[in-house]
Write a protein that binds this ligand. Structure first.
Ligand SMILES: [Zn+2]
Length: 77
């Protein structure tokens, strides 16, 4: 019960161990080239918190469901 493997994506919020269901793609124009994407993972509860954190800084580019992100990055290969 509650067993989580190393494979399981976990929310990026501090102290949160919930499974990630969202991918937040972001870019800091001061340190990253425009096409570069950093990603944070978020559970349902922290999606809004993390996306507003990035949003107020103008870093947030995209919020996509984790499954969709995996599929599209796999297809990209
Ligand atoms: Zn969380």
């Amino acid at each position: 019960m509650g067993f989580v493997t190393d494979e399981s994506p976990i929310c990026s919020a501090k102290g949160c161990r919930a499974p990630a269901v969202w991918v937040l793609a972001w870019n800091n124009p001061k340190i990253h080239t425009p096409e570069r994407r950093k990603t944070w993972l978020a559970c349902e509860e922290h999606r809004e918190h993390l996306s507003s954190f990035l949003g107020v800084r103008g870093f947030l580019k995209d919020v996509v469901p984790f499954e969709e992100w995996e599929t599209s990055s796999a297809a990209d290969g």
